[in-house]
Design a protein around this ligand. Structure first.
Ligand SMILES: C[S@@+](CC[C@H](N)C(=O)[O-])C[C@H]1O[C@@H](n2cnc3c(N)ncnc32)[C@H](O)[C@@H]1O
Length: 336
């Protein structure tokens, strides 16, 4: 068999790459993930990636994502990715990963920009929430159990979209000192600036993985957005932790595939339905991701955001996390 493939990204939480057979170009290929010389997983590389289709690799369903963290037993872990049942490694397929310290060699800047491209546009409001306009009521029902708003509260919202959460915050009459909404889309930020005329409220164009606020915040809110951050939420969490006050809290909802949040998966949607990057996190991967960034998960609440255009119930898992003290080494690295 003539195989081709590459391990593009390798870090604590993600092994990502692609595998292809020139002999059977339209069929997906199995790979073997071997960690510290033991077979961790046999995986079908069948996730869609638009750049692979554009490169002529069959139908583009050739990518794989895998979270290796639970297989790490050593300070330095040897990861090898083979075409299944062969001794042929993928290109770049042998890596040493040291948990907590390793940074991925993300060699795919085009995918970073592909993952953002849908959100930079100006699609109709309902398109941002499953084809229906929704409120933030179920989200705030849970937030209110953990956080007391005061006249001094400084709020950050990531990806405010059409202002769904902010409208509920105002409708419920919560006090606050300032609200900053950071969104990738200039068109949406322009609309939000026109819609909310209040001295305490402002909107900025920015990417949540890098955006620096002019002041720290006490509560961070984010709905229906973290699953679109490529390749993972890790960088955004670290960026937010560096700007939140110590007693601050973060409320973020995630795709709830099942009640236990047991599924881990990542893929790009087909261009014809928006081309978005979607990552489904398991609770097992969310806990260390929050923890390493300096947050402690306090609770996970299932919430129903509303009903989509096709009549489907939109179930999410709302993670409530508090900023925790960082160990010295981590705190120093955040200040770099
Ligand atoms: C699916 S919509 C959800 C909108 C809103 N949060 C809601 O639930 O009603 C995702 C929103 O996040 C924004 N977004 C996506 N990636 C972002 C990023 N990296 N930084 C800031 N905003 C982002 C999009 O522009 C969009 O407004």
């Amino acid at each position: 068999m003539a195989f081709r493939g590459r391990l593009d990204t390798a870090n604590d939480f993600m092994l990502h790459g692609w595998a292809h057979s020139d002999d059977l170009p339209d069929l997906p290929v199995h790979i073997d993930i071997v960690i510290n010389q033991k077979l961790a997983c046999k995986l079908l590389a069948d996730c869609y990636r638009p750049d692979l289709e554009a490169a002529g690799l069959g139908n583009g369903r050739k990518a794989f994502w895998f979270n290796p963290s639970e297989y790490f037993t050593e300070v330095e872990n040897l990861v090898e990715v083979y075409f299944s049942d062969t001794d042929q490694l993928l290109d770049n397929g042998r890596k040493i990963i040291a948990p907590l310290s390793a940074k991925g060699d993300d060699s795919l800047p085009s995918l970073v920009s592909q993952a953002k491209s849908r959100w930079r546009g100006d699609e109709p409001d309902a398109g941002l929430t499953w084809g229906s306009i929704m409120t933030g009521d179920s989200f705030f029902d849970e937030v209110e159990k953990h956080f007391q708003f005061t006249a001094y509260t400084r709020i950050l919202e990531i990806g405010p979209g059409y202002g769904r959460l902010l409208k509920t915050l105002l409708d419920r009459g919560h006090p606050f000192a300032s609200f900053c909404g950071v969104d990738l889309s200039k068109a949406r930020v322009d609309k939000l600036r026109r819609q909310f005329d209040d001295d305490r409220i402002r909107f900025e164009i920015g990417d949540c993985s890098q955006y620096k606020l002019s002041q720290s915040f006490d509560i961070g809110l984010c709905s229906a957005t973290f699953e679109h951050l490529y390749p993972s939420i890790e960088q955004t969490l670290v960026n937010l932790r560096a700007q939140i006050d110590l007693n601050g809290m973060l409320f973020v909802d995630f795709i709830m595939h099942d009640e236990n949040l047991s599924l881990s998966r990542a893929y790009f949607e087909e261009e014809s339905i928006g081309g978005a990057y979607i990552r489904i996190y398991s609770l097992q991967e969310l806990e260390p991701l929050f923890n390493h960034a300096g947050f402690a998960i306090q609770a996970a609440h299932p919430v129903v955001l509303g009903t989509g255009l096709q009549g489907e119930t939109i179930r999410r898992m709302l993670i409530c996390a508090s900023a925790r003290l960082l160990r010295r080494a981590k705190a120093e690295s955040l200040m770099d």
